[in-house]
Design a protein around this ligand. Structure first.
Ligand code: TYD
Length: 203
């Protein structure tokens, strides 16, 4: 039997407004009486916490493949311990980043995209994947106020965006132009989610 829950994922380069829009969407859905779980990757669990701390250090880096495997290991725990149980309870799960981040960010370092996909094959496909699309220039502007992590450097972000756009072409993600007033972006997202919920309600 298919999971009764609904799984929605937000992707985008840093500063694309994911956290704001996730909050707005979650509030709207809760207001309608739905049970919503907001979650994120890297997770708040042990491996995710290790990755966040590691990303803020400027010291010796692991090999890029090991970084990819760390994100995948964190995701495995996240899927088994957080996402799947919530979906089984019929919740709407909204994740800030998922395996598409590994394809885009680790793929942009030159790692074979098929290998990354293979390492993440365990990860269930979401019902909806939204790409909040902005230009890397705008991203850097928006994250300028805070310290950059090792995953946030400009040419690199251009490549990350390119890979994201390829995933839109493949039909894995739906692109929403996030370089617009907040309410317009919000309305587009709500339209996509309403379409999904209606299709799930159909007998
Ligand atoms: P995060 O703390 O979510 O940053 P932000 O709030 O700006 O989205 O993520 C930290 C960094 O980790 C982010 O720059 C993207 C990177 N990342 C990967 O490189 N691969 C992955 O699989 C994931 C989930 C994140």
């Amino acid at each position: 039997m298919a999971d009764p829950g609904v799984f929605i994922v937000f992707e985008g380069i840093d500063g694309s407004g994911k956290s704001t829009h996730i909050k707005l969407l979650a509030e709207e859905l809760r207001g309608r009486g739905l049970r919503v779980l907001e979650t994120s990757e890297p997770s708040r669990d042990r491996i995710g916490t290790f990755i966040r701390e590691y990303a803020e250090r400027n010291g010796d880096r692991f090999t890029l493949e090991t970084e990819t495997l760390l994100f995948a290991a964190d995701r495995y725990e996240h899927v088994k311990r957080v996402i799947n149980p919530a979906l089984e309870r019929g919740m709407v799960v909204i994740s800030d980043r998922y395996f598409y981040s590994s394809i885009a960010y680790q793929g942009a370092t030159g790692i074979d995209l098929n290998w990354i996909r293979e390492m993440n094959r365990f990860a269930p496909r979401p019902d909806l994947g939204v790409l909040l699309d902005i230009l890397p220039e705008d991203s850097l502007q928006r994250v300028n106020d805070r310290a950059k992590t090792v995953f946030e450097v400009s040419d690199y972000l251009r490549k990350v965006r390119e890979i994201y756009l390829c995933m839109v072409e493949r039909g894995e993600l739906v692109r929403v132009d996030a370089d617009r007033p907040r309410d317009e972006v919000r309305a587009d997202i709500q339209g996509l989610v309403d379409g999904l919920l209606e299709s799930r309600e159909a007998p």
